[in-house]
Design a protein around this ligand. Structure first.
Ligand code: IVH
Length: 674
């Protein structure tokens, strides 16, 4: 009889299970992990090792028995036709050689042909196609049942909504099939998302995987759509079976079917070629547009796959080689503040320089004050940092508090321009709201000149850079004082183009009050709000003097927008700017909208997608000139939803609510509009 395990082993196993359950919850349910994947893997490996040595201590609820996370409330659960299994991990080349040995022994072959692929770091999804049309998208869930996320996955552009019958025929596939693959977010999309979150004071995502997973597992598909996700296909089933003699055939067929599949997979004859592939991509993976956390190695021949079969959790014919994590510990010597292009203040940790995966790291963004508090970080602490690809490293946690640690506070004055820093109750970000703050100058000018704002043609990035860098322009009002010889002296400027630009700038004085309000770049004040405000106040001065109570009286202006407007005008530098604009001749007064008819009186319209004949704003203006109303969201009260190219979720909402849907051509033909 086996000797009973000592109490200390049992205690360690219990502790590991508890920890793993906690981290699984953080990772799978909350999408908000506290530790890195590598640290999690390490705990799991330790538990697996202990359970292997003490089988009598295995319980049916051990994290080692489970494949994935529990489905969330609010989604329909769907049973997978064939279980979505996980993969066994290999953390060393020796482990890969062991895998190869097992495969060779079981199959009786001397050398195995493998396919090595990127291991995409995302969320696995099964897509079912019937009659060539995608009918269902399901997450892996616990491997047996997953969550039905069909409306969400349909927003992902790299997922074909339908596949041509002719193409299927050519690929020798029937029109009912299943595709499995990974939903992920490119580094670029991820960085853009966090920048946007930083500015709006939203939650900062720790990594691309979690933000992609979170975006798929939301009940509102418009959130999925906004996150710019990608899908990489790696597996094909027909009637629950692999339809081709080789996995490489499936990968080729997926491409033929217009799925996005990695082009970087490689046919490797024997395990040495596999290891060379892993080494090659370890060096190159940072250059990829998306993150990979390893390499998946699959036996190419379907016949051998079938012979080897599956364990309870994973195929015996495949393995995931995981790259070592790029983590290090170091000391936070200081925390400084950077002012972003929109005025949001970002705390940045100044680190004791340290090598992480071959790169010296000395800075790490802390995103915002909430993040500093969440980490419990103070200056002098030792932290664990992780570098994922080329992304600036982030602090995972404090590992040791510094002896002489001191707390960090946000400055009261902007480090760039000295204006007072604002922070609203319901927002995470601290901001400098001075429109002329040097940190924001270029961005403010570009916005001011943009097509839907003051529409100054020719005032692009290259010119703005020079105007600011040479000190000619410090705020938008300075544009109106520019002289021809000053502009002509700029790079890429000929005399004629200088004249044209000055004419454009001068011409912009005639713009409407609505455009000017929008052009000032107040937070939450988009084109439509600009329009509504211009209908309510007769001049910029009147708007500047308005109290928050007066502002909320404007249709669609809520307390948040009202507070942002009041905040903007409370800044002395901004009040000065308005005076300066006035002196420069930029002082439009509210124009009364031209009323053409009341044919659309009482009708409300929503526009979605791109129109051909006019911009959405112009179409909206037209509706209003005929007495109609334009709204930003679809409800039961909406009369018409006008759908252009690539419509958003408003289109689905309209269908769901049975609102009348018009094409652009049908819209143009409405009585009164012709
Ligand atoms: S094949 C039965 N191929 O990694 C084999 N999986 O750690 C199913 N993954 O559940 C998986 N890239 O979510 C496969 N090229 C790839 C992959 C891949 C990423 C994910 C997948 C899987 C997990 C296992």
């Amino acid at each position: 009889m086996a000797k009973a395990a000592p109490a200390s082993i049992k205690k360690e196993i219990d502790g590991l299970r508890k920890k793993l359950r906690h981290h699984e919850y953080r990772y799978y349910v909350l999408d908000d992990p506290e530790i890195s994947d590598a640290a999690y893997d390490k705990l799991m490996e330790r538990l697996k090792g202990l359970e292997a040595a003490h089988a009598e201590l295995i319980t049916p609820d051990s994290p080692t028995v489970r494949v994935g996370g529990a489905p969330r409330d609010g989604f329909q659960t769907v049973r997978h036709a064939r279980a979505m299994l996980s993969l066994d991990n290999a953390f060393s080349y020796d482990a890969l050689r062991d895998f190869d040995r097992r495969v060779r022994e079981s199959s009786g072959k001397e050398r195995i042909e493998y396919i090595a692929e990127h291991k995409f770091d995302g969320l696995s999804i099964s897509l079912q196609y019937e009659d060539g049309v995608v009918v269902r998208g399901v997450t892996r869930g616990d491997g047996t049942t997953g969550e039905d996320v069909t409306p969400n996955v349909k927003t992902i552009h790299s997922i074909p909504l339908q596949v041509d019958t002719a193409v299927l025929k050519k690929a020798k596939l029937p029109s009912d099939f299943e595709v499995r693959g990974e939903v992920l977010m490119t580094r670029k999309a991820f960085e853009a998302l966090n920048r946007q979150q930083e500015q709006s004071g939203g939650k900062i995502f720790v990594n691309a995987r979690n933000s992609a997973a979170g975006a798929v597992r939301v009940l509102d598909p418009s959130i999925t759509a906004a996150r710019r996700l990608d899908f990489f296909a790696y597996y094909l089933f027909v009637d629950g079976k692999v339809p081709f003699p080789r996995h490489s055939d499936s990968l080729a067929a997926l491409k033929q079917l217009h799925f996005r599949a990695s082009d970087d997979w490689k046919l490797c004859s024997g395990i040495d070629a596999v290891i060379a592939y892993c080494e090659d991509w370890d060096a190159k993976r940072e250059k990829l547009p998306y993150e990979i956390d390893g390499v998946v190695i699959k036996v190419n021949a379907t016949a051998i796959q079938n012979e080897l079969g599956y364990t309870a959790k994973a195929p015996r014919w495949a393995i995931a080689y995981k790259y070592p994590a790029r983590q290090e510990t170091t000391v936070v010597n200081d925390i400084i503040v950077q002012v972003g292009r929109t005025g949001a203040l970002t705390p940045v940790a100044v680190l004791e320089p340290v090598q992480v995966g071959g790169v010296t790291v000395s800075r790490s963004t802390l995103h915002n004050m909430d993040e500093v508090e969440r980490l419990g970080l103070q200056i002098g602490d030792t932290v664990l940092i992780e570098r994922a690809g080329e992304v600036i490293p982030h602090v995972l946690k404090v590992v040791k508090e510094g002896k002489n640690r001191r707390p960090f506070h946000m400055p009261k004055l902007c480090p760039e321009c000295g204006s007072a820093i604002h922070k609203s109750e319901d927002e995470v970000a601290y901001r400098c709201v001075n429109a002329a703050c040097p940190a924001k100058r270029k961005e403010s000018l570009l916005h001011y000149a943009s097509r839907h704002a003051m529409n100054i043609d020719g005032l692009g990035e290259k010119i703005v850079d020079q105007l600011v860098d040479t000190g000619l322009v410090k705020d938008v009002a300075d544009l109106y004082a520019l002289k021809e010889d000053q502009v002509a002296a700029l790079d890429r400027m000929a005399e004629k183009s200088a004249q044209n630009l000055l004419a454009e700038i001068a011409g912009s004085k005639k713009n409407s009050l609505a455009r000017l309000i929008y052009a000032l770049g107040m937070r939450f004040v988009g084109e439509r709000t600009g329009q509504l405000l211009a209908e309510h106040f007769s001049s910029l001065e009147e708007l500047a003097a308005a109290k928050e109570e007066q502002l909320v009286a404007v249709p669609e202006v809520g307390p948040k927008v009202a507070a942002a407007i009041a905040e903007f005008f409370s800044e002395a530098a901004n009040r000065q700017l308005i005076k300066k604009l006035h002196r420069a001749g930029v002082h439009p007064t509210a124009e009364k909208r031209e009323v053409k008819s009341d044919k659309l009186a009482g009708k409300s319209f929503v526009f979605t997608g791109g129109l051909v004949n006019r911009s959405r704003e112009e179409a909206g203006e037209l509706v209003q000139q005929h007495g109609g109303k334009v709204s930003g969201s679809v409800s039961k009260k909406t009369d018409y939803v006008v759908v252009g190219s690539d419509p958003g979720s408003k289109y689905d909402k309209a269908k769901e609510l049975g609102v009348t849907i018009l094409t652009e051509a049908e819209f143009e033909k409405l009585p009164g509009l012709k």
